[in-house]
Design a protein around this ligand. Structure first.
Ligand code: HEM
Length: 182
């Protein structure tokens, strides 16, 4: 997993909790890297899981809630760090329907070693967008937070519904976004 995800996570912990707590969870998580992340480095995604578990243990906040909150935060940081993706006028549907073929495709060019999820557009009408998320890393809670961050960014009265498709290791997640009648 790219270092930017780790540096932004620790930044969020410092902002919302404290710098001491960020140091504590790095100690608790027993990280092979030692927790000295650089934005352009690449680290095992298991270290992210260990850090979020350590934060859940110390804060008493459930792990899925922390990953969602982090996803919301991360989207806001992507807006600042990658202005090129936001230079064309977009709404949430046009942005999110291009996650796979535009956004993450560009991310893959920037970072050939990025481990990206698979997002399929199952259907796309002016009223509704249905996305299916698949990843061997199972960051569906992070995905939900990123989508929520995107909806907050673009605005526009859109509701999000999430459902699990299949169980077990082949699990995937369907996100249905529906535009509310004006
Ligand atoms: C400008 C917008 C975005 C940029 C620049 C971006 C970039 C990235 C980067 C750099 C990673 C880390 C790859 C790695 O760890 O090797 C990542 C992972 C991920 N991205 Fe995006 N992303 C963006 C928007 C989104 C949005 C809106 C979603 C949700 C629909 C999303 C879903 C994910 C998920 C869930 C992962 C974690 C990896 C996994 O699930 O396997 N991203 N993205």
């Amino acid at each position: 997993m790219k270092g930017i995800v780790f540096t932004e996570f620790l930044e969020m912990v410092e902002q919302r909790f404290s710098a001491n707590l960020a140091d504590d969870i790095i100690d608790d998580a027993n990280l092979p890297s030692g927790g000295a992340y650089t934005a352009i480095g690449t680290y095992p995604h298991e270290e992210m899981v260990a850090l979020v578990q350590a934060l859940a243990a110390r804060s008493g906040i459930a792990l899925p809630d922390l990953l969602r909150t982090f996803g919301q935060h991360l989207f806001g940081r992507f807006v600042v760090a990658y202005p090129g993706f936001f230079s064309h006028p977009h709404d949430a549907f046009s942005f999110l329907s291009g996650i796979e073929v535009i956004i993450h495709a560009e991310v893959r060019k920037l970072y050939p070693d990025a481990e990206l999820p698979h997002f399929a557009v199952e259907s796309h009408t002016p009223q509704q967008l249905v996305l299916r998320y698949r990843s061997g890393r199972h960051f569906e809670d992070l995905a939900q937070g990123l989508i929520e961050g995107c909806l907050a960014h673009f605005g526009g009265g859109i509701t999000l519904h999430r459902e699990q498709v299949d169980a077990g290791p082949g699990r995937s997640e369907r996100f249905t976004l529906t535009r509310q009648a004006a």
